[in-house]
Design a protein around this ligand. Structure first.
Ligand code: RTP
Ligand code: MG
Length: 137
């Protein structure tokens, strides 16, 4: 089942020089392909659309401040079961709970600064791809 997903390498990944490390893990998965890639700094409006489900939660404002604190790398990844696959590669939200071997488990400690976003369902992927890459969605 070929799918498309939206991946964001968060500002901590860019600041720490881990972009190549994380993209390398995606590239090495059999049959997956990066079909779009852009470095960009996100504004509040874009983040409100992207993280709409979290507006009003206690962590929302710190999340927006973090996510707009520097550039992110936005990618479209296509391939076999890629939506579930990148979520697995990322690991759970809390990096301390994430297993070593996952991106968050290998490189993170703080829940907010957890390195990577990946769409969590086909519906989320469709919605998020339209926000970040309207030309291809
Ligand atoms: P994401 O949407 O970024 O891929 O992460 P996720 O699905 O694993 O987690 P989600 O629940 O959607 O939360 C979105 C992002 O908000 C930050 N967060 N901080 N309690 C907290 O301080 C808290 N909870 C969540 C994280 O950056 C999380 O990835
Ligand atoms: Mg999420």
């Amino acid at each position: 089942m070929t799918q498309r997903t939206l991946v964001l390498l968060k500002p901590d990944t860019v600041r720490r020089g881990l972009v190549g490390e994380v993209i390398g893990r995606v590239e090495r998965k059999a049959g997956w392909a990066i079909t779009a890639l852009e470095l960009r700094t996100l504004d509040r409006e874009t983040l409100e659309r992207h993280y709409g489900e979290h507006v009003g939660k206690p962590f929302y404002e710190p999340l927006v401040a973090f996510m707009s604190s520097g550039p992110v790398v936005a990618l479209v990844v296509e391939g076999e079961r890629v939506i579930e696959g990148v979520r697995q590669l990322a690991g759970p939200t809390d990096p301390i709970a994430a297993a070593p071997g996952s991106v968050r488990g290998d490189f993170g400690t703080i829940v907010r600064e957890n390195l990577i976003h990946a769409s969590d369902s086909p519906e989320s992927a469709e919605r998020e791809l339209k926000i970040f890459f309207p030309g291809i969605a």
